[in-house]
Design a protein around this ligand. Structure first.
Ligand SMILES: Nc1ncnc2c1ncn2[C@@H]1O[C@H](COP(=O)(O)OP(=O)(O)OP(=O)(O)O)[C@@H](O)[C@H]1O
Length: 319
């Protein structure tokens, strides 16, 4: 076996079968690398390993890699609620995880500029993204979902006192980052229906919106406001998710409905929207979210509820 042949055999492992057979001419090694489905970080790591390996082949002085990928246009899904604290971030994280498990190439943006929580939910705190050609490179979270949050850019616990345009610019930097081959970008929107939300929707034109609400009347009134923001901007509504529905007492097993029952499904029907499902109010969801371990990564009851919602979103994406 020649040195080049033995490198070609090693290349299979180095590139996970993504590289073509290398050719060498006048000391220059050339090969093609399929980077479809890889994040920018993964792509750079594979290319660096190939380059390093290629230069060990006697006579090779340069390694040129042509990266190829079947690029699909990335579709933004905005996850929104009229009011804060209803579980929009929890749903966004779990939706991203569940869609990835279904085979979608997913990215996640925490657009909640003033109260970012995705770094905690996805266990990627204390990390800083790099930038290339003035574009941010998303971080690879432990579950393999590239993501960006304001929490990665500012010191934890430091309050942001930004006016609308500054916050809007920061948000655009997160959305316009180097998302590589991500086909779906889940954007956890800031709560409310003000200027920041409107500018984001007008500028980045989400392919669809998922609205989250608790079954409570007040939350539903706010959810209607979010619906109207997307209707006014002609963003298709994928559907409504009812979060914190039906609490199962871990002691007696009885089910209670602290925020009422069935309100969100009725509201979805009134608004002519699809109802995407119900996520129970469960201690497990709160505990796992705080621990950076999204329930959708597992098989438990809470995970199943998120998977059922994600399945409807996947059907919408494929339709
Ligand atoms: N179904 C649920 N069961 C139990 N706890 C939940 C559930 N959904 C969310 N929580 C908890 O409620 C709190 C608020 O959730 P989350 O941060 O997702 O809401 P949010 O709408 O994104 O809030 P904000 O607008 O402030 O960012 C978190 O502590 C979260 O763990």
């Amino acid at each position: 076996m020649t040195d080049l042949e033995s490198f070609a055999a090693r290349l299979k492992t180095l590139s996970d079968g993504r590289a073509s057979t290398p050719r060498v001419k006048d000391g220059v090694m050339t090969l093609a690398l399929d980077v479809g489905g890889l994040s920018a970080g993964q792509r750079d790591a594979v290319a660096a390993a190939i380059r390093e390996g290629g230069l060990t082949v006697p006579g090779v002085t340069d390694v040129r890699i042509a990266m190829t990928a079947e690029r699909k246009a990335m579709r933004i899904i905005a996850v929104a609620s009229g009011k804060g604290g209803v579980g929009k971030s929890t749903l966004s994280a779990n939706l991203a995880v569940a869609l990835k498990r279904m085979g979608f190439s997913v990215g996640l943006v925490d657009a909640d500029i003033y109260g970012p929580s995705q770094a905690r939910l996805m266990n990627s705190e204390d990390r800083k993204p790099e930038a290339r050609d003035k574009r941010l490179i998303p971080l690879d979270s432990p579950l393999g979902i590239p993501m960006l949050s304001m929490a990665h850019l500012v010191d934890p616990g430091k309050a942001l006192a930004w006016r609308g345009p500054m916050a809007g610019n920061a948000l655009s930097q997160l959305i316009d980052a180097e998302w590589g081959s991500a086909e779906v970008l889940i954007v956890d929107m800031p709560p409310g229906t003000g200027d920041i939300q409107l500018s984001m929707v007008q500028k980045h034109k989400p392919a669809g919106a998922v609205i989250v609400s608790t079954p409570q009347d007040l939350a539903l009134i706010d959810a209607r406001r979010a619906v109207s923001l997307f209707e006014q901007t002609q963003v298709p509504l994928i559907g409504l998710v009812e979060n914190m529905a039906g609490y199962s007492c871990p002691h007696c097993g009885g089910i209670s409905d602290p925020f009422g029952a069935g309100g969100a499904e009725a509201a979805a029907a009134q608004l002519g929207m699809d109802f995407l499902g119900r996520i129970p109010l469960a201690i497990d969801i709160r505990v796992r979210s705080d621990a950076g371990d999204p329930p959708a990564a597992g098989e438990g009851a809470a995970g199943q509820a998120f998977h059922a919602v994600a399945q409807k979103v996947a059907d919408w994406l494929r339709a």
